[in-house]
Design a protein around this ligand. Sequence first.
Ligand code: GDP
Ligand code: GDP
Length: 454
Amino acid sequence: TEFARLDEQAAGEGDGEEAALPQPVLAVVGRPNVGKSTLVNRIIGRREAVVQDVPGVTRDRVAYDALWNGRRFTVVDTGGWEPGVTGLQGSVAAQAEYAMSTSDAVLLVVDAAVGATAAEEAVAKVLRRSKKPVLLAANKVDDDRLLAETASLWTLGLGEPRPVSALHGRSSGDLLDAIVDALPEAPKDRDPSGGGPRRVALVGKPNVGKSSLLNKLTGEQRSVVDAVAGTTVDPVDSLVELDGQPWRFVDTAGLRKRVQTASGAEYYASLRTRTAIDAAEVVVVLLDASEPISEQDLRVLTMVVDAGRALVLAFNKWDLVDEDRRHQLDRELDRGLVRVPWAEKVNISALTGRSVRKLAPVLRTALASWDQRVPTGQLNGWLADLIAATPPPVRGGKQPKVLFATQAGIRPPTLVLFTTGFLEAGYRRFIERKFRERFGFEGSPVRINVRVRE
Ligand code: GDP
Ligand code: GDP
């Protein structure tokens, strides 16, 4: 399986370890009426709003989020057989192949009262080749009477048949245990509070006003608490209370001491910027509103986007901005900030204290977006409509299909689209734009990964 990243974001990606791995996927296959939908509802605990009934949208595959014993995964209901020219055997095989290529584990559901039919023999033959784990559920075992039938499913060569009653829930916990055991570990979401105050970095080119802003913020404090209290070493971070909430401003030692390194100053400044960004959850990039946006400003912005951090743009020295400069700035923003139209923005003056109060609310908005997760069912309902209205452009004579999507991660929010072909960068940007129109995510980068089915 090819794993293509949004190319603009691929370069210089700092630490993608949390977002790189999508939530593991379980595909559910089986003949019609064996109880797949009932079992899927059982697995997801019916927690998600039902999105099946989007009028005019054919839905042959739907994905849902599931959570069991603290493990998140995505369940894909691969739908019924599609009886076509290839006949039943062919479509059975196709469904199994599809399931194997897009998932991390496959669950074959069999109706225990009916037993293994030719269709199950065919699908088992395909699944036995799978390098991915395969689980076998013998459904409709509402009581002990069908246990003997269950045992006969050993002949499918897919390991232990697991009796379950999707309707009544009998043994569904055991099946879920086996499912999460079979799936690869998903990256865990960090605790949203991070176990303490949210971490903020103040960055920007020299003389933009970082120290002044920090002093202003800490100056208005009744008490400033240092991160490493009671030690003789310089505290690296500053704890600051804004708007009734404590915030950790990271890597501020240099800012407060105003160290100037004589040689290699720029190199160290850039290193310091990178360190602060990496340590932060949300980054305030200070821009000098009285001067044109510079290359150096854009380099800092790129660092933040590549690191996948939430972003607030603070236009400082607003006290120096007159009418003319404001118009000029608008034009610069259109040109210079095309990559980050989603950033939160505030106009401030660290010198006079103007609008410095507005910082905390925008930090909160940006972080809420960074933490936001769209449930898989909702995401796919929206995506099905979008793609029906505007399908991906044809490439090399082929129309790539988007099969389904999940939001694989947060911090930053990361979508994974499962497709039958490569999606052009322009189309992925279109999806991102529409995604933001629908779901917001102001102040946070959003990554879109495409997983092309073999
Ligand atoms: P699908 O076509 O494979 O998705 O099957 P459905 O989930 O729509 O179920 C088909 C029929 O089987 C429905 O009437 C369900 O109520 C019934 N069914 C599903 N699971 C069970 C079960 O565990 N026991 C019994 N007795 N009936 C079930
Ligand atoms: P840093 O290098 O980013 O930490 O910048 P400083 O905080 O040291 O500020 C550089 C210079 O800009 C100092 O002379 C500040 O007084 C001045 N300055 C900072 N903020 C403002 C502001 O909002 N308005 C004006 N007019 N000057 C400012």
